[in-house]
Design a binder for this molecule. Structure first.
Ligand code: NAP
Length: 413
């Protein structure tokens, strides 16, 4: 198979040799990645895909990006826009084109039929139905195929899809807001007192901009999960208020082994098909009247034979509902339990310039058996006065490779 795999540094090196040609490839691939992002919230359980068709003279002939409901794949939309001018052109696609009959006929065939001369794609599709066969079919038909350009960016963009494909469970992203002294709540401080001091905003650790960013994060995920104590303490709504279009409603999930959720909580009062609430409890609750009380209010209750301590079982149930990603929003015990089990793929902490101070030693993560873990591929962002620090954790191994090893592999292999 004729392939060229390049990462960004290699591209820079190659650039000196091939000059404007490689620079143009990078520019077109970045554009395809930007197009793919427009599908956020609208592709799951499929991947984000963007495509640009460009002529040898450097003219963009067609563009497309994938949205699940529109059915047509990014390549097909870009080819339709390019029309007959696609003959002899290059297609820049952010993921390997598929060669099998799924919801749509193979994109490889459409690219070949259109006479595309060259296909540039960053990564293989980890879906076993596609993996490698799309590239193979193109090469066998005489199409020039280049794989590896901006591979890390492309694989991070599709981290949820790739995780679901490789681990057969949703991508798990832990998000917490914390003070400078590592606290995630105000403890016993009186709310009235705090509101007097902070003008009503004081019950939040972070400011409005950081909270806006959290809604963007919610928008990126299929589900959001918290522990029973957070419901008791905060009575949250847990909705996606990003004002962006999403294909499926955000599934709100609570771990509540004793099924103690108040029927008067905001979560229960707002439960509906359009605003789903899923509660995991221990099977011992099967005869409790709470099951009937909650289900009659539109809440979905899942009773787990091994109890809610079985987080792998919880993730399996979410995966079975075709959910590709879950944002874990706390509290300290739930965050600690996921970390203890090495079930967190990505972490985002929002650090507020605030010292709460307390004699009690509760910290953001309540984990008895975890070892210190350093994040990798760390990024920082400022939202008003708050700092977002995000990065990846090694996690458990699946199919012989951890997720981060897979990300390295697509660049280094
Ligand atoms: N700053 C932030 O970002 C943030 C975010 C969320 C919460 N918080 C704060 O965190 C505090 C609550 O934290 P918390 O640690 O006390 O409680 P939590 O993590 O919200 O909930 C823990 C409870 O969830 C239930 N649970 C069921 N299955 C579990 C499992 N596998 N692992 C862990 N818990 C499981 C247990 O209650 P049952 O035995 O009843 O099932 C457990 O006691 C609140 O004050 C809240 O304001 C802060």
């Amino acid at each position: 198979m004729k392939e060229r795999k390049l990462n960004t540094q290699e591209v820079e090196r190659e650039n000196k040799i091939e000059g404007a040609h490689i620079e143009f490839d990078v520019r077109m691939m970045r554009r395809a990645l930007d197009l793919a992002v427009r599908g956020v919230g609208q592709v799951s359980p499929s991947p984000l895909v963007g495509c640009v068709i460009a002529s040898d003279k450097g003219e963009i002939l067609g563009e497309g990006f994938y949205i699940y409901e529109r059915v047509s794949h990014a390549e097909i939309l870009a080819l339709e826009e390019a029309g007959g001018r696609a003959r002899g052109a290059t297609a820049y696609v952010t993921l390997e084109p598929h060669a099998h009959h799924g919801r749509t006929p193979p994109c490889t065939e459409a690219l070949m039929r259109a006479g595309v001369r060259r296909v540039v794609a960053p990564i293989e599709d980890p879906n076993p139905l596609v993996s490698g066969s799309g590239f193979r079919q193109l090469v066998e038909a005489g199409v020039e195929v280049s794989v590896g350009l901006l591979a890390r960016e492309a694989s991070r963009q599709n981290e949820k899809y790739i995780c679901a494909m490789l681990k057969s469970r949703p991508f798990v992203h832990l998000k917490l807001a914390a003070s400078l002294d590592g606290r995630i709540d105000f403890g016993r401080q009186e709310e009235d007192e705090m509101n007097l001091a902070g003008g009503g905003e004081a019950r939040w650790l972070t400011g409005t901009r950081a909270r806006g960013r959290v809604h963007e994060l919610r928008h990126e995920h299929d589900a959001i999960l918290i522990g029973a104590n957070t419901v008791r303490a905060d009575d949250p709504l847990l909705t996606d208020r990003s004002n962006r279009t999403r294909r499926r409603p955000l599934v709100r999930v609570v771990l509540d082994s004793k099924l103690s959720l108040s029927l008067e909580s905001q979560l229960v009062k707002t439960a509906s098909d359009n605003n789903p609430l899923l509660v995991f409890a221990d099977e011992a609750q099967s005869h409790s009247g709470q099951v009937e009380a909650l289900t009659s209010r539109g809440v979905k209750v899942e009773l787990l034979p091994w109890g809610t301590k079985d987080l792998a079982g919880v993730l399996q149930k979410l995966y079975a509902r075709s959910l590709q990603s879950v944002l874990v929003e706390g509290g300290a015990r739930v965050a600690g339990a996921f970390l203890n089990k090495k079930l967190i793929d990505k972490v985002s902490f929002f650090i507020a310039p605030l010292i709460i101070g307390s004699a009690d030693t509760t910290t953001a993560i309540n984990a008895s058996s975890m070892r210190a873990m350093r994040l990798r591929d760390v990024t920082h962002a400022l939202h008003g006065e708050d700092v977002e620090i995000s990065g990846y954790l090694e996690g458990e191994q699946r199919r012989g490779r951890s997720l981060s090893q897979w990300f390295d592999g697509v660049v280094r292999e």
